[in-house]
Ligand binder design. Structure first.
Ligand SMILES: Cc1ncc(COP(=O)(O)O)c(C=O)c1O
Length: 400
């Protein structure tokens, strides 16, 4: 057998050859949405801090307060001695906020999905998954060893066919992003819930990119779709949202019927066998929740920026599917073009990430523009001007 270094030098080189190698930058915040990346100031459209809360002084102060009160580490799993009064209060507040009977806080969204799904279903059950679901939903289904079937993106007829085909399974769990992370479009949750009712299935919704942004007071996708009393649906519906994006902090929660949440606490291995998140994170999140609700101007700012961006992209030939949230894809096709456009924008002081396979399908490499309430209208003008310049330059360059 070849040595470790030899094997993995070759595999990393193959990523280079396909333009799929990722590089980290050392990033520190500057003013507004500007970041210092490897020593250079760049106006960022790269993060998921959609409401601009990640550096809010009230959250920073809440984290300090939590650290002073509880120290910086949870010291153990929540089921041993890692569940503080801050965590307990946060879970109650999260449940109340989204209108579900009970909530369970996880240290990360990845852990929530990859831990909860195997607790809900197992071999002999069926997981039915949208083709564009996030990796951690898919990993959850794989870990569950359930039969996994994938329906075409947002295709209700395809979902119904999959539900019919899974009729023989003991349990049927439909899993979907509520807002698709690389496309910014929404899953039609009311119709999906109706299909689940008709075919006696459960619906697991991952609202990582809708929580805080969509719905009344930022309550997320269920509220956006008029599922205003989610508790009424709790015998069929499980709601998950992450707290490291619009909420500006870290972690995730799953909300649902009390018995479901109790079972997830007993059997989600990523919850049970992992040290709890620091209590100061829970304190910061409690403050974040208050600001999400009370500072509606952040969602209004986002909505205005989105209109401005849509208008700015309209003159370009690159497909920019309409988005109802903070995420705006611009589809460029091949990896080399996506990387070239990203580099050209960066040369103008802008950071707009190029998203390539395996994050998106082969041939659909894109820019993923993400707006935040920390952006100013002038920032979007700068972005649109720079994009138009790169677009014109590419159009004038004959393909090699
Ligand atoms: C749809 C979706 N679910 C889950 C996650 C994972 O969440 P976290 O970053 O908190 O682990 C992400 C994000 O990055 C996501 O986009």
């Amino acid at each position: 057998m070849a040595g470790l270094d030899e094997v993995f030098e070759a595999t990393v080189a193959s990523l280079d050859a396909r333009q799929q190698r990722r590089h980290r930058r050392v990033v520190a915040p500057l003013e507004g949405a500007t970041l210092q990346a490897d020593g250079r100031a760049l106006l960022s459209f790269a993060g998921n801090d959609y409401l601009g809360l990640a550096r809010h002084p009230a959250l920073v102060e809440a984290a300090h307060r939590g650290a002073r009160q509880y120290g910086v580490g949870a010291t153990a799993s929540p089921v041993v001695c890692g569940h503080s009064p801050a965590h307990a209060a946060l879970e109650e507040e999260l449940a109340r906020f989204v209108g579900m009977p009970r909530a369970l806080y996880f240290y990360a969204g990845y852990a929530a999905n990859s831990g909860a799904i195997p607790a809900l279903v197992e071999r002999g059950d069926a997981v039915i998954s949208d083709a564009l679901n996030h990796a951690c939903l898919i990993d959850g289904a794989r870990l569950a060893r359930a039969d996994l079937s994938v329906y075409p993106h947002n295709d209700l007829a395809g979902l119904e066919r999959a539900l019919v085909a899974a009729r023989g399974a003991r349990r049927r769990l439909v899993v979907a992003d509520a807002v698709f992370s690389m496309d910014g479009d929404l899953a039609p949750l009311p119709e999906m819930l109706a299909l689940c009712e008709r075919h006696d299935a459960w619906l697991y919704v991952d609202d990582a990119h809708g929580f805080g942004v969509l719905g009344e007071g930022g309550r997320g996708s269920l509220s956006h779709w008029g599922l205003a009393t989610p508790a009424r649906h709790a015998s069929r519906l499980i709601y998950m949202a992450t707290l490291g994006k619009a909420a500006g902090v870290a972690g995730a929660f799953i909300a649902g019927a009390p018995a479901v949440v109790e079972w997830l606490m007993q059997r989600s291995r990523t919850f049970f066998f992992a040290t709890g998140a620091p209590p100061m994170i829970a304190e910061a999140l409690r403050t974040s929740l208050q600001l999400i609700e009370s500072e509606g101007w952040r969602r209004e700012r986002l909505a205005a920026l989105r209109v401005q961006l849509t208008e700015g992209l309209a003159g370009l030939s690159w497909p920019a599917p309409p988005s109802a949230c903070a995420i705006q894809p611009v589809i460029l096709g091949d990896n080399a073009t996506a990387m070239a456009v990203m580099a050209a924008l960066e040369a103008q002081g802008l950071w707009v990430p190029a998203i390539r396979p395996p994050t998106v399908a082969e041939g659909s490499a894109r820019l993923r523009i993400s707006l935040t309430a920390a952006h100013q209208p002038d920032d979007v003008v700068r972005l649109c001007t720079a994009l138009a310049r790169v677009h014109a330059k590419l159009a004038a360059t004959p393909p090699v």
